[in-house]
Structure formats: C-alpha cells, structure tokens
Write a protein that binds this ligand. Structure first.
Ligand code: FES
Length: 145
C-alpha cells in the first residue's frame, strides 16, 4: 500500500466519522426541538351533551359514568352533581338510592349530601344548561369534578 492511499484512507475515515457525528447531532437537535415544542393534549372534555330535555323522564335520574355525574330532573328543574368523592377523588358507586365510595367508605345521599365520612363535603354541583333548542348539557367547572 502506498503512502498516498493510506493518507486518503485516513482522510476518508475522518470525513466519514465527521459526517456520522454531524448526522447524529442533527437528529439529536431535531429530538430536542420536538421535545421542547411539545404541547400537552388538551385533556378531558369539560362539556357533555345529554340529549333533548323532552326525552328526559319526568322526575327522572340519569347516571353518566363517562363524566362521571348524575343528572336529576326535579320539580325545580335539572340538577347535576359529580360522582367523584370529595374525600380523595375516587369514583362513587350507586348504592341503595345514594352513592358509596369504594375507597374509604364515604356515603352520600341521592341529592349529593354527605351522610358518612371520611368525606366532609357534599358532592360538587355541576352546571346544567338547557339550550334554546331544548338540548341539555352538563359543564364541569374548570375541567375538574
Ligand atoms: S376517596 Fe372516597 S372516602 Fe376516600
């Protein structure tokens, strides 16, 4: 092997390693840009369509586990409250006309008032909207219930 060909092999290896390092740097920089420009997803919805109010049964009750919430139709109109326990946030289960918490045993009445602790606060009341078109919506306040 001549001195000239050994030199060009060294140059070739040096150039190849620089190109490889450059590509790795570009890919790494692309990953950093993507990491820092990531915007979190918008999260869970805060408004839920319940359907036409006319189809709601008189003096009826609708449980929506996807919210989770209960919607009541009373003589005063529509009411809704969250089915998230006010103690530490577990999802409540329906239990003999009221709601019980599977986590630590709190019990709530059908109207959302706390009957037995450790929860101290009644269930959160949610906003119910009746549109001019007669459609019912429930809105979470601030996205949390
Ligand atoms: S989370 Fe419901 S009683 Fe603790």
């Amino acid at each position: 092997m001549t001195e000239r060909s050994a030199l060009s092999r060294a140059k070739f290896l040096r150039l190849g390693s620089r190109i490889a390092l450059g590509l790795a740097g570009i890919l790494g920089l692309g990953g950093l840009v993507r990491f820092f420009s990531h915007s979190p997803e918008t999260g869970s919805p805060t408004s839920f369509h319940l359907g036409p109010a006319a189809e709601f049964p008189p003096a009826g009750k609708l449980t929506r586990p996807d919210i989770p919430a209960v919607i009541l139709k009373t003589a005063q109109g529509f009411q809704a409250f969250s089915l998230i326990c006010t103690h530490l946030g577990c999802t409540l289960e329906e239990d003999s006309g009221g709601y019980s918490c599977p986590c630590h045993g709190s019990v709530f009445a059908e109207d959302g008032s706390v009957i037995k602790g450790p929860a101290r606060e009644d269930l959160q009341i949610l906003e119910v909207e009746l549109t001019p078109e007669g459609e019912l919506w429930v809105h979470k306040q601030g996205g949390e219930i």
